[in-house]
Design a protein around this ligand. Structure first.
Ligand code: PLP
Length: 449
């Protein structure tokens, strides 16, 4: 929704952050424009909720597939399930030909339950339980081995299993993956009934070039392993495909003039996600494949490239909705602002728990005329720090009790990674929105039934 900041008497932009509107998905825009539906859902649910647009997940998966096709590369997408546990997301992956990267027995079972075949699962995570290794082997899932003792435990199961060895990238201090000596020992240790399918890594950060360079190193590992008689015909470059939440101008204005004065209480740390990401998702995959013609190297050596995107497949695939329960006016730097209290907690907007702030502005619903009002958003628990937005946001009018605040683009990691029944509050259910002809239909996600 476009917010236009109009200065008016009593509003000093010095105590209010600049506007940071998100570009909504078309379906979300229809939901925001509908005069009734959001209120109907909120009334039926009776508390905060998350709404998901699974058609958008399919669009994002298809964009990754198109990038592989355009580069002439045999590629595969495993959705990083930790980024959102909604059943409708796993179902959208199954329907659009993506696999799923799971890291627990719960995630594995949930993926199978939505129709993702075992052979399309990849099991990541450190020191996996014997139960998870056993289930993964039984379902023919690809297992990313993180440590030598984990490989020993898998071998002790004496089951056919497909594995990749997760490499600790050179120069990385990560606790995950095998260092070069361990990697070599692991290659030597793999024997039937275990098959060494290849190698993997996952980098923190969002650097395309670093991923392309590490991919080249993994191709080298594959060729050496082949010389030892292993198939080694795939590599996985993990996740970390960026999402473009904000336009360049909004992000630059925020980042370049960031002021303590914008925040209620202490400002968060400065470890913000790169909210403007010019080459996101599938375009970043294309950039990786183009760098030093990685695509040609993969083709020449008949190596499949797997990816494990979480956040990027959820771009514009959901929003989080809270009801305003209270409105107070306070003063900062001599100027008034409102503090809202909403009916949920910031545990349902996870970024707030990483000493950071979720930046795309919430949309105040319904749309009504009014005066721009600097507003921060508190939550319903007794914790002073429980704020959905510490910064004062230039809402286009004063919020009233009963209004809804719609936080956009929250499907990637914001919804459930920190959720908690603290205060015996119910967990916000997930609602699934579909377009059926000219109607919007909603249903509860299978995780909420
Ligand atoms: C091994 C692995 N793969 C994939 C991902 C997904 O990363 P992203 O959501 O940034 O794409 C993660 C995230 O932590 C991970 O640890």
């Amino acid at each position: 929704m476009g917010l236009s900041v109009v200065r008016h008497p009593g509003t000093d932009p010095a105590h209010c952050a600049p506007p940071m509107p998100a570009a909504p998905d078309a379906l979300e825009q229809r939901l925001l424009d509908d005069p009734q539906l959001l209120d109907d859902i909120a009334g039926a649910v009776g508390g905060p909720f998350h709404v998901l647009f699974p058609e958008r997940v399919a669009v994002n998966v298809n964009a990754f597939h198109a990038a592989f096709r355009a580069a002439g590369v045999d590629g595969f997408v495993y959705f990083g399930k930790k980024a959102n546990k909604a059943a409708c997301v796993a179902r959208a992956c199954a329907e659009s030909g993506a696999g799923i990267d799971v890291a627990s027995t719960g995630e594995l079972i949930a993926a199978l339950a939505q129709g993702v075949r075992g052979a399309d699962l990849m099991v990541t995570g450190p020191a996996k339980s014997d139960e998870l290794l056993w289930l993964a082997a039984r379902h023919d899932a690809l297992i990313a081995i993180d440590a030598l003792d984990e490989l020993d435990r898998l071998a002790a199961l004496d089951l056919p299993a497909r594995i990749v060895l997760r490499a600790l990238p050179v120069g990385s201090a990560s606790r995950f993956g095998l260092d070069p000596v361990e990697l070599e020992q692991a290659v030597q240790a793999v024997r039937a009934p275990i098959t060494l399918s290849g190698f993997s890594f996952h980098l923190s950060g969002y650097d395309a070039v670093a991923r392309a360079d590490h991919a080249v190193a993994l191709v080298g590992h594959c060729l050496r392993a082949r010389a030892d008689g292993h198939p080694a015909d795939m590599i996985s470059i993990g996740g970390g495909f960026g999402v473009d939440y904000l336009d360049a101008e909004s992000w630059a204005r925020f980042r370049d003039s960031l002021s303590e004065k914008w925040f209620h209480g202490d400002a968060p740390g400065d470890g913000y996600y790169p909210y403007h990401f010019p080459v996101p998702g599938a375009a970043m995959l294309s950039a990786i494949l183009e760098h030093n013609d990685l695509a040609a190297l993969l083709r020449t050596n008949a190596i499949r490239l797997a990816t494990e995107p979480g956040r990027a497949l959820l771009d514009r695939a959901g929003s989080s909705v809270f009801r305003v329960q209270g409105v107070k006016t306070r003063t900062a730097h001599g100027e008034p602002y409102d503090i809202l209290t909403v009916d949920g907690t910031s545990l349902s907007l996870s970024e707030q728990w990483f000493d950071s702030e979720y930046l795309p502005d919430p949309v105040l619903w319904p749309h009504r005329p009014g005066q721009l009002t600097p507003t921060c958003v508190g939550a319903t628990t007794c914790l002073e720090s429980d704020l959905l937005s510490r910064r004062r946001i230039p809402l286009p009018r004063r919020a009233r009790v009963g209004d809804l605040l719609v936080y956009p683009n929250t499907a990637g990691y914001q919804m459930d990674s920190n959720e908690s029944p603290f205060h015996e509050l119910p967990l916000p259910p997930k609602v699934v929105l579909h377009e059926r002809g000219d109607r919007l239909r909603w249903t509860l996600d299978a995780t909420a039934r």
